[in-house]
Design a protein around this ligand. Structure first.
Ligand SMILES: NC(=O)c1ccc[n+]([C@@H]2O[C@H](COP(=O)([O-])OP(=O)(O)OC[C@H]3O[C@@H](n4cnc5c(N)ncnc54)[C@H](OP(=O)(O)O)[C@@H]3O)[C@@H](O)[C@H]2O)c1
Length: 283
């Protein structure tokens, strides 16, 4: 297949290029090569005419999004619509990457692919808008929700925790925000399988299990030889942010699992990630 990957320099974009390049012909567009917030991207996609487009581009600065919603909607809300329009024009299929934050995250709830969306902040609403924009224009569409992504080269929570531990020697970490820590290379591998099925629809590709921010922090510290660093649990209220994240936007992978596509437990993925170059420099 000829696969176009947008947002190819991002955390997931890079993992996708790495996973798919040995099996497919890849065109990888960074923001400079393909700005998805511009309506002209539709013609650009149609002119390339790939078999499949995977949109890994997004505005991902969740807190900053509250201050400037317009550029966030341009990328996350409108962009997927332009891309889907380009795909429809050339007969390509598409994967739109979405987020667990489209759900309200009520404590104790586990969200399946068919659950009703109820996004909170600007980022979450823009991601829900992006799902809808793509749906309105394309039938041959996979909507793939992921959560709490980490992976080589990314600006992610495990890296921030390790850097903060080295800087301060002790940490305070939120104990009452729970999600699915998810390894970008595992998502890329699962997507490689999913796109072979031709079974378009909504999927939740997350590593198995759930964790609080505190549990995830303790795991990465232990795996990188920093298990001695004292970590004090705090609540979300004690860690003020521009937008309160959903407390328990935990995704269940039902649809992909039914096709035999499942990601391993997040602890195994963290163990692999801890051995990556992201951590070797600071050890
Ligand atoms: N990270 C998470 O925890 C998480 C959780 C749930 C869902 N997701 C979703 O997963 C997907 C991948 O996230 P990620 O962690 O890989 O994000 P990331 O590392 O921030 O990568 C996003 C990429 O999109 C690019 N981009 C931004 N605006 C663009 C535009 N107008 N046109 C083209 N490219 C643009 C960025 O380029 P620049 O670097 O030049 O800005 C960056 O390379 C996104 O859809 C995100 O919403 C992520």
């Amino acid at each position: 297949m000829h696969i176009l990957i947008t947002g190819a320099n991002g955390q997931l974009g890079r993992a996708l290029v790495q996973a798919l390049a040995p099996r497919h012909r890849i065109t990888a567009w960074s923001r400079q090569e393909g700005d998805i917030s511009q309506p002209g991207i539709a013609q650009q996609v149609a002119a390339l005419a790939p078999d499949l487009l995977i949109n890994a581009a997004a505005w991902t600065h969740v807190d900053q999004a509250e201050e400037a919603p317009d550029p966030v909607y341009a990328v996350n809300g409108l962009g997927p619509g332009y891309l889907a329009e380009g795909c429809a024009a050339c007969g390509a299929a598409m994967v739109q990457i979405s987020s667990n934050e489209v759900f309200p995250g009520e404590p104790g709830r586990f969200y399946r692919e068919y659950d009703l969306l109820q996004p909170g902040g600007v980022y979450a609403r823009s991601k829900a808008a992006g799902e809808q924009a793509a749906r309105q224009r394309l039938d041959r569409l996979y909507i793939v929700r992921v959560a709490w992504l980490f992976g080589p080269g990314g600006h992610n929570f495990p890296r921030k925790i390790v850097a903060a531990a080295d800087r301060h020697g002790a940490l305070q970490v939120v104990a009452d925000e729970v999600g699915n820590p998810t390894y970008a290379p595992d998502v890329a591998e699962a997507l490689a399988q999913l796109i072979e099925t031709g079974r378009y629809g909504v999927y939740h590709l997350v590593n198995q299990g759930r964790a609080s921010r505190l549990e995830l922090a303790r795991e990465i510290l232990a795996r990188t030889g920093r298990g001695h660093v004292p970590v004090t649990p705090i609540s979300l209220e004690q860690w003020p942010r521009a937008v309160q994240p959903p407390r328990h936007a935990v995704l269940v992978n039902q649809a992909a699992a039914a096709l035999g596509i499942q990601l391993r437990p997040w602890q195994e993925a963290i163990a692999d990630y801890a051995r990556s170059e992201d951590f070797s420099a600071s050890e």
